[in-house]
Design a protein around this ligand. Structure first.
Ligand SMILES: Cc1ncc(C[n+]2csc(CCOP(=O)(O)OP(=O)(O)O)c2C)c(N)n1
Length: 354
């Protein structure tokens, strides 16, 4: 007996700007030249920061660091849509996103040097601290979005995570909750193809991450994560929908980590040089640059100016960081609760000998 088709689904893909820097004008979001320049300046700034932080870790000047090279368009393109009061729940690979969200560069360095004070969000900007545990912050975002809805506020929540995190229960719980309660929550997956050394096909049998939304009655879309205009447009659509009370969206940004997983990793042990090189051709910063050259928005002098101003911002932050970076190890114990427990006192004594 032929089976009846109950329902059919599709997964949409969005690319606006291709590798050669040509853009599909019919899909292009409304952006002024000034807004495009601002995006470019942010892309360069966070790339310069990323490289500097990595170098500092290698020089023994920073405890640890998680690079995001290759994923800049995901972070800058989506942040460009958000308002300060929106609730942002980032992951460890989101230092670039935080910079775009007005988080002082000096504090980000402090944080990666083990000083938790670095994660104090600037006043009037609703950034949560980055989540080091994989995926746990997705449920916080679903809850914050629900709170905004109950309060009748127009704020939305957005959470960022890797494709590996979608194998965790937290992802499914958060998505289910957001779907059932139609919370204004955006799930932004930076699918960089690897969860440390585990490639995406070993992480999930789904062909896309976007299709996982279907199971929860949520809209899902895959975008070219190296294309800042596609990321911007998909996030803008999702944010407008959420603010209008029309529920959550899952955005899968198809991207690549052009660096090691962390400063304790060596990606050359599990990825080929050829694979990396093929993704380098899609580089999000080069791509926007090509587009801007074609449109007369960028020339060599402007490019150099942006590079110099980025280096200047980062170097100033490094100098300031090195002046103030002297956390007292006792703080780890002293600031967990208002008063230290007996156990903490003993731990402090055992570890620090006082
Ligand atoms: C709850 C938890 N389990 C395991 C880890 C160790 N760990 C750190 S990163 C990572 C892989 C995550 O991959 P993905 O979610 O794809 O994000 P990506 O690092 O690629 O950006 C794992 C397993 C952790 N930090 N937290």
């Amino acid at each position: 007996m032929p089976k009846k088709v109950l329902k059919e689904f599709k997964v949409e893909y969005l690319q606006i700007l291709d590798e050669s820097g040509s853009c599909d004008e019919s899909l292009m979001p409304k952006l002024s030249n000034e807004e495009i320049r601002k995006m470019y300046e942010m892309l360069v700034l966070i790339r310069v920061f990323d490289q500097k932080a990595f170098n500092m870790q290698r020089q023994g000047r920073l405890g640890t660091y998680i690079q995001f090279k290759g994923q800049e368009a995901c972070q800058i393109g989506s942040a460009a849509v958000l308002e300060d009061k929106d609730w942002v729940f980032p992951m460890y690979r989101n230092s670039g996103l935080l910079i775009a969200r007005k988080h002082p560069v000096v504090q980000i360095l402090q944080y990666w040097n083990g000083d938790e004070r670095g994660m104090k969000s600037p006043d009037n900007v609703n950034n949560f601290p980055i989540a080091i545990p994989v995926g746990t912050h997705m449920i916080h975002a679903a809850g914050a979005a629900w709170a905004a809805k109950l309060k009748g506020a127009k704020d939305i929540a957005i959470t960022y995570f890797g494709e590996g995190a979608t194998s965790k229960g937290d992802f499914h719980e958060a998505m289910n909750f957001a779907g059932v309660f139609q919370t204004p929550c955006i799930f932004f997956c930076e699918n960089n193809q690897y969860a440390i050394s585990v490639p995406r096909p070993k992480q999930t049998h789904s062909e896309t991450i976007a299709q996982k939304a279907i199971a929860y009655g949520i809209e899902g879309i895959q975008v070219d994560g190296m294309d800042i205009f596609a990321v911007y447009k998909a996030t803008k659509d999702a944010v407008e929908k959420a603010r209008a009370g029309k529920g959550p969206t899952l955005i899968e940004a198809f991207t690549y980590r052009m660096c090691d997983h962390s400063t304790s990793d060596d990606a050359s042990r599990y990825r080929s040089k050829e694979e990396l090189e093929s993704w380098m051709k899609k580089d999000p910063v080069d791509r926007l640059e090509k587009y801007m050259r074609k449109k007369g928005l960028l020339d060599d002098a402007y490019k150099e100016k942006v590079m110099n101003q980025s280096k200047d911002i980062v170097e100033k932050a490094v100098t300031e960081f090195e002046k103030i970076s002297n956390p007292d190890p006792k703080d780890m114990f002293k600031f967990v609760y208002v008063e230290m427990t007996q156990q903490q006192k003993e731990e402090m004594e055992n570890i620090l000998g006082q």
